[in-house]
Design a protein around this ligand. Structure first.
Ligand code: DGL
Length: 267
């Protein structure tokens, strides 16, 4: 069997994509993973398409220089705004998180009502409603932008009571819509999944892209004979600012201490 020992590149605006990285490392434990958290530019959700595309291209080019075999855009905002541009300009395959999340939601919904919680930019792009309609045109969608959640999560402020008020406010229209499936359309949100699930009740299914995406990456690499079956598995993490802070907060998501987070300024 052929093997490809090159790493897989993964990026997000900050900590959120670590929820994807964690699932990828579980699904593909022998692969080398390189993660880039763009902490100098976070949040992406309130930025323009031009800015998010520029940040994403810079990161993808950096990852390409690290000789990656595939890039995972572990960020809904960058996937919604910049994926076609990345796929055009980057020579290795680039995979986004919108389609995997939409596929999972289309599979899960029984009443055909799907709610999407995402950043402002992702909501405005209508990437999820479009993807869902393409998968099943009977699906009705309701979207809710949750701009305060990313800063809250990046601050590690999850324990605070104020956080619960904000979550409740964001969930109110979702509950009212009668949706039986809610997409966590931002890779930061799985961090507060339990708190959301407690509010939404057990009849509402919360879905995110991580598992479907990880399976998709595995299938692609299997089909192209690019897995690294005898590798040892590793994670190398870069942040574009404040790596020590990133390292400290990453522990909450990855469930373990990282040895080191490298500082990498791209511009
Ligand atoms: N975690 C990202 C997403 O999935 C970006 C959030 C942000 O930076 O606003 O959309």
């Amino acid at each position: 069997m052929d093997m490809d020992t090159r790493p897989i590149g993964v990026f997000d605006s900050g900590l959120g994509g670590l929820t994807i990285l964690k699932t990828l490392s579980r699904t593909l434990p022998k692969e080398k993973l390189i993660y880039f958290g763009d902490t100098v530019n976070v949040p992406y959700g309130s930025k323009s398409k031009a800015a998010v595309t520029r940040f994403s291209l810079d990161i993808a080019r950096f990852l390409q220089k690290q000789n990656v075999k595939l890039i995972v855009v572990a960020c809904n905002t960058a996937s919604a705004l910049a994926l076609p541009e990345l796929q055009k300009k980057i020579s290795v395959p680039v995979v986004g998180v919108i389609l995997p999340g939409a596929m999972k939601a289309a599979q899960c919904t029984k009443n055909g009502k799907v709610a999407i919680l995402a950043t402002e930019a992702t909501v405005q792009s209508k990437a999820y409603p479009r993807a869902l309609k393409r998968l099943d045109k009977r699906i009705c969608t309701v979207q809710r932008a949750c701009p305060v959640l990313v800063p809250l999560i990046e601050e590690g402020w999850l324990h605070a009571k104020a956080g619960q008020y904000i979550i409740d406010d964001y969930l109110a229209p979702v509950i009212k819509s009668g949706a039986d499936t809610v997409i966590l359309g931002c890779t930061h949100y799985p961090v507060i999944k339990k708190r959301m699930a407690a509010r939404l009740g057990k009849n509402v299914r919360l879905v995110d892209s991580a598992e479907v995406l990880a399976e998709e990456v595995k299938t692609r690499l299997t089909q192209t004979d690019q897995l690294n079956p005898s590798g040892r598995g590793s994670m190398k993490i870069y942040a574009s600012d404040a790596p020590a802070r990133f390292k400290r907060l990453a522990k909450n998501i990855l469930g373990r201490e990282l040895k080191r987070v490298y500082l990498k300024k791209l511009n």
